[in-house]
Design a protein around this ligand. Structure first.
Ligand code: F6R
Length: 241
């Protein structure tokens, strides 16, 4: 595992952005695994800025997102579909047909999980997966206790995850109780993984992760089984390291 230490959020975003651009320049039709949340926003801003100034093209790029809430239509401002359009896709020349996010608004969720796994395979797997980490160590929406052999599945969100995410909603009651997420095994099949960690509120999770104890109680620890993980963390997140 490689660790890149940065001063702050802006520098973390810049370092991650440079790695992603390098991959796209080497392989203009790569498949990117994308995350939502506060952590990758700066990276997405960097990619948008670069696209505007340098014209990096995403016409051939494919993307698969990690997760989506269940029960929110894609037009809902809190859905991850909406987040990705607002924060990235609408500002690039990416073909909407090449962007994929689990659909949490379908009636047959089990079928959706199977479809999503099949889709990732058909795309030839994920070349570079961007990850954030939850304070409880979740990756995607794989909460503590999730099997390392899990595939795309339906999850019940942990109460602390709903609390953490309630900052985007009017009240905690509006935060969905369930979500669809790629599983840990699906994530581990990515050829390369970039884990981004910023801010003091992630410091304990990062410490636990770096200490290397591998347990399903701490989902991010599964990344220790992967051969090509780069962690980019800022000084506040690295407080205990
Ligand atoms: C989001 C996702 C989550 C977040 C994590 C951290 O698609 O997969 O695992 O990466 O909850 O969220 P932020 O970045 O908002 O602290």
């Amino acid at each position: 595992m490689k660790l890149i230490r940065t001063e702050n959020y802006a520098e973390m975003s810049l370092e991650a952005g440079k790695i992603i651009l390098d991959k796209i320049n080497n392989n203009p039709s790569l498949t990117l695994g994308l995350a939502t949340g506060s952590t990758p926003k700066g990276v997405y801003d960097y990619l948008i800025q670069d696209h505007k100034s340098n014209g990096t093209s995403y016409k051939q790029v494919k993307s698969v997102n990690l997760d989506e809430y269940i029960g929110l239509p894609s037009k809902d401002p809190n859905s991850y579909h909406y987040f990705m359009r607002q924060n990235l896709f609408n500002h690039l020349d990416i073909n909407e047909m090449h962007t994929h996010i689990p659909n949490g608004a379908v009636s047959d969720l089990e079928d959706e999980c199977i479809r999503y796994e099949k889709l990732i395979k058909e795309l030839g797997g994920i070349d570079l997966q961007i990850l954030g980490i939850g304070q409880n160590g979740h990756i995607g929406f794989n909460e503590p206790g999730t099997s390392f052999s899990s595939r795309t599945h339906v999850v019940t969100l942990a109460q602390n995850t709903r609390e953490a995410n309630s900052r985007f909603f009017n009240t905690i009651d509006e935060v969905p109780t369930h979500a669809l997420t790629m599983g840990i095994a699906s994530i581990l099949e990515s050829k390369e993984i970039l884990l981004l960690v910023s801010g003091e509120r992630k410091a304990e999770a990062l410490l636990k992760f770096m200490n290397g104890e591998i347990s399903e109680d701490f989902p991010a620890s599964a990344l220790n089984y992967h051969q090509n993980v780069t962690v980019i963390a800022d000084r506040d997140a690295l407080k205990y390291i």
